[in-house]
Each structure stands twice: as structure tokens, then as C-alpha cells.
Design a protein around this ligand. Sequence first.
Ligand code: ADP
Ligand code: ADP
Length: 239
Amino acid sequence: KTILQLNNIHKSYDQKNSVLNDISLSLGEGQLISIIGPSGAGKSTLLRCINRMIEPSSGEVIFDDQNIVLLNKKRLRRTRAKIGMIFQHYNLVSRLTVFENVLHGRFGYKSTWQGLFNVYTEEEKMLALNILQKLGMEDHIYKRCDQLSGGQKQRVGIARALVQEPKLLLCDEPIASLDPNASKVIMDHLKEISETMGITVLVNLHQVEVATRYSDRIIGLSKGCKVFDDEPGKLNKFA
Ligand code: ADP
Ligand code: ADP
């Protein structure tokens, strides 16, 4: 089953330079797909065109039987809820706790003078707690995010995305700021999310070895063009 289809995506930030050139691809359910390529190839721009954090110059982004490019603000907001995103620099609210960051991801910032526990429902809290448990973060839920290691912050980033119950998870260089051990933990979680939750995980990576080890499929970008799109085993013949 196809989750996401890109048709002829082009992007230029100015009149002269094309950053993405005629990118088409289609992604199936429950796969982990990596986008690899040198710095400046357009990986981050491509990922951000999918949820329109960046507006593509032309082309179609078909998700959930709709062309995201044509949605008005209200419908875009609804559709974006089904597309989780995680970032290299985590983008957490550092003065809030782990639990608050995750609940905030789906239910908004409801912390008041009454305290967190009076404003989120029992069901909302259980959903967040279950996800944090799966990611091995249950012992840290009351810590402020600025007290966590990079690998722990990224697990909070993943939890915040999962609490929305997305169909697609976009990961923009999720391990680029992490050491090898923390990177492995994060990639193992992303793999498990794709396999057991049926979520399609699309990951920008610059480490080819990591992409080869974890991906069902690899997309190679160079200077804004798709230059490879196949299973990891075919990559050495290409490179
Ligand atoms: P990658 O993620 O593969 O490193 P990017 O998508 O970040 O590549 O960048 C691709 C190209 O687009 C680079 O040349 C970069 O400088 C340029 N670029 C990225 N964002 C902007 C922007 N907001 N305005 C102008 N140029 C940009
Ligand atoms: P990160 O890796 O943390 O995403 P980047 O350096 O890739 O940081 O980009 C930070 C921001 O700057 C992004 O919003 C990106 O679109 C923008 N950007 C990147 N390259 C350029 C550029 N050449 N001109 C203008 N903006 C850019």
C-alpha cells in the first residue's frame, strides 16, 4: 500500500539555482527508507517539502489521497498531524519536562496553575506514558529536557511525534549530533517503529553504512537529482 507519492517535485529558493530537480518517488507502508547524499544535495529541503515546512516550487505530494500542495491552512494542519517530524537538534522546549513535551506534541500546552495532572486526561497521559516506556524513557519523565543527554532528547523527539499516531515519520538527520552508541539506540527504535507499528519512516542520513544496515530502501540524492533508488544491496554496484 502506498503511503506517500511525490510527483515531479521541483524547488528553487531563487531564480537561478535549482535545489530539487524533478523528484518522483512512492513509499510503501511500514518501510524504513533512507535518503543519502552529500551536504547540500537537497535532502533536508526534500523532507521539508513533504509537509510543506518548505513550499515546493512545483509538483505534487500525494498523502492520504490528497495533494498536500493544494491544501488550505486548516486542512494542512489536520493532515500534518498524521506526519510526524524529528530533527537533528531535537526542537524540544528545554524548560519543560519530558512528559510535558510529549503531551504538548498532541494535546497542546495545557500546563496551568492547577498543575499538569489536572489538565490532561487519564487517557492522554497513558498514551504518552506507553510510548515513553517503549522508548526506554519511563525513568526520566519528570526531568526537564535540558537535563537529558542527546540520545535521550532524541527519544523524547520520537515520542512527541508518535503520540500523534502518525502514518509517516520524517526524520531530518536524527543521529547527526549523536555518538555511535546513542545513534544505534535511535536507529534501532526507528527500525522497530517501521516494523511493528506499520509507520513509514523516511530518514535523512549522511552515513552510508548506517543507511545500508537499517534501510529497506535507499534513495540517493546528488545536486538535487535522484541518482539512486533501490535496495541497499544494490548500492555497491552503483558507488
Ligand atoms: P542537505 O540536507 O542535503 O544538506 P539542503 O536541503 O539543506 O541539503 O540544501 C540544499 C541546497 O539548498 C544548499 O545549497 C543550501 O544552501 C540551499 N538552501 C537550503 N535552504 C535554503 C534557504 N532557506 N534559502 C536558500 N537556499 C537554501
Ligand atoms: P540544521 O542542520 O540544524 O537544520 P541548517 O544549517 O541545515 O541547520 O539550516 C538551518 C536553516 O537555515 C534552515 O531553515 C535552512 O532552510 C536555512 N538555510 C540553509 N542553507 C541556507 C542558505 N544557503 N541560505 C539561506 N538559508 C539557508
